[in-house]
Write a protein that binds this ligand. Structure first.
Ligand SMILES: [Zn+2]
Ligand SMILES: [Zn+2]
Length: 371
C-alpha cells in the first residue's frame, strides 16, 4: 500500500489495482448555493484510521461471492471507496461524508467554517493535518469555501442582528450615546484597509462597522474620516438621533464633527488620552533629572481616569480642576487646589516619595517647570 500526497494537502490512497486520482471539490458553479442542513452540521465526526476502516470492506462480492477490489480516493477531507468486482462487474461507492447540495463534501465546508470560527491560522491547521497524515482541504479550497458560503453567511447573520438592534433603539426613541474608533490593517501611511466601529454605550452593543480601502479615498490618512462619514449614514436611515459621540482626538474627524454635526456633543475618550499621557510621562522619566516621575506613572494615569469618571454630571470645569490638583498633590500639598475642587478627596495616605521638582501638567502631558 502506498500513500501519496500532492503538492497541497489533499491525498489519494490506492489499494491493489492502483487507480490514483486526485480531486478537489472546487468544481461547483456559482449558482450552486447550498441549503445547509443544520442537523448534518451538528452530526458527530470521527477520526478513523485507514486500516480500521478497510475491515469494513474486507468481505466478498455480494453478487458472486468472489474477492473484490478497492480504489481509495480523497476529495479534500472526504474519503471515497470504490468497490469493484472483476468477475460480475458489480460496483458501488462509499463516501465518508454526506454531500452538500450533491456536489461538495460537507466536511470540507465544515473545516473551512471551523478554522474561521475558532479564529485559527489556516497554515497552522493545515500543518496539523499534514503532521497527522490526515486528509484535509487545500489552501485554495479553504479560500473558495470561505468566499462561496462563509462570507455570505456571516454577512446575513450580522445584517439581521444589526437590523434587530437598530429597530429596538428606534422603538426606545432615546437619542444615542455612541463611542467610535477606527482601525487599520497596519500602522503608518502604507495601510490599505481601514474600519470604523460604532458602539452604543448604554446597551454596550456594536451598531455598525464600516470598511474602506485607501485607494477609495485620497490616501490612507483620509480613511478614518471617510469611514466615519459612511458609517454614520445608517443612523440617518433608521432615523436615530445622536446625542453624544465619544472618540479619540483624531484631528480631521474633530473638525468634521464640529463643523458638520454641531448638534452632537463630541467628547474625547479618556482611554486614548490616558494612553497618550502614559507614553509621554514614560518618555519624560527617561530624561536626566526627571527619573523621579517614573514611580508616579500608574498613580497619575489612575488620577486621570478618576478625574473624568468621578464627576457624575461631566462638569468640564470640575474635571479640569480635579485633574490639575495633581500638580500640588505630587508635592504633598492637598489643599487650595481650585474654586470647585478645593481639596483632595482622599483620606490619609501611606508614606511615599513625593516629587522634588515642579511640573506643569497638561491634559495629555507633563513637563518640568524651568525657572
Ligand atoms: Zn461479483
Ligand atoms: Zn492629595
Amino acid at each position: 500500500m502506498e500513500y501519496e500526497t500532492d503538492g497541497e494537502s489533499d491525498a489519494s490512497t490506492c489499494i491493489s489495482e492502483a487507480d490514483f486520482s486526485f480531486e478537489d471539490d472546487g468544481n461547483m458553479s456559482d449558482d450552486d448555493y447550498p441549503s445547509y442542513d443544520s442537523a448534518t452540521c451538528r452530526e458527530r465526526t470521527y477520526l478513523v484510521f485507514e486500516s480500521c476502516l478497510l475491515h469494513l470492506f474486507s468481505h466478498t462480492c455480494s453478487n458472486c461471492n468472489r474477492p473484490v477490489q478497492y480504489t481509495l480516493n480523497t476529495i479534500g477531507s472526504m474519503l471515497q471507496v470504490k468497490v469493484y468486482c472483476g468477475f460480475c462487474e458489480d460496483e458501488w461507492t462509499w463516501n465518508s461524508q454526506p454531500y452538500l447540495n450533491d456536489c461538495t463534501p460537507n466536511g470540507n465546508v465544515l473545516i473551512a467554517f471551523s478554522i474561521i470560527f475558532s479564529r485559527s491560522f489556516l497554515s497552522k491547521v493545515l500543518r496539523l493535518f499534514a503532521i497527522m497524515n490526515c486528509a484535509c482541504i487545500s489552501e485554495a479550497t479553504f479560500y473558495s469555501r470561505q468566499m462561496k458560503y462563509l462570507r455570505q453567511a456571516v454577512s446575513n447573520v450580522w445584517k439581521e442582528h444589526q437590523n434587530s438592534m437598530l429597530t429596538v433603539l428606534q422603538v426606545e426613541k432615546k437619542p444615542l450615546i455612541l463611542g467610535g474608533d477606527g482601525r487599520c490593517d497596519s500602522p503608518g501611511f502604507s495601510t490599505k484597509n481601514g474600519s470604523y466601529t460604532f458602539l452604543e454605550i448604554e446597551h454596550n452593543v456594536v451598531l455598525n462597522i464600516e470598511l474602506v480601502q485607501s485607494n477609495e479615498v485620497s490616501g490612507s490618512t483620509n480613511m478614518e474620516k471617510e469611514c466615519f462619514m459612511r458609517g454614520m449614514k445608517i443612523f440617518e436611515v433608521y432615523d436615530l438621533p445622536i446625542k453624544m459621540l465619544v472618540t479619540d482626538r483624531h484631528k480631521q474627524l474633530g473638525k468634521y464633527i464640529r463643523e458638520d454635526l454641531p448638534q452632537i456633543d463630541h467628547k474625547f475618550d479618556v482611554w486614548h488620552i490616558a494612553k497618550s499621557f502614559r507614553k509621554k510621562v514614560k518618555k519624560l522619566a527617561k530624561r536626566k533629572g526627571c527619573e523621579e516621575v517614573g514611580s508616579w506613572i500608574k498613580r497619575m494615569v489612575n488620577h486621570l481616569y478618576w478625574a473624568a469618571m468621578s464627576s457624575e454630571d461631566g462638569d468640564p470645569e470640575m474635571i479640569l480642576e480635579k485633574w490639575l490638583s495633581l500638580r500640588r498633590h505630587i508635592h504633598n500639598k492637598h489643599h487650595g487646589h481650585g474654586t470647585k475642587y478645593k481639596k483632595c478627596a482622599h483620606g490619609r495616605l501611606r508614606k511615599r516619595r513625593w516629587l522634588k521638582y515642579r511640573y506643569s501638567l497638561y491634559p495629555v502631558g507633563l513637563e518640568p517647570v524651568v525657572d
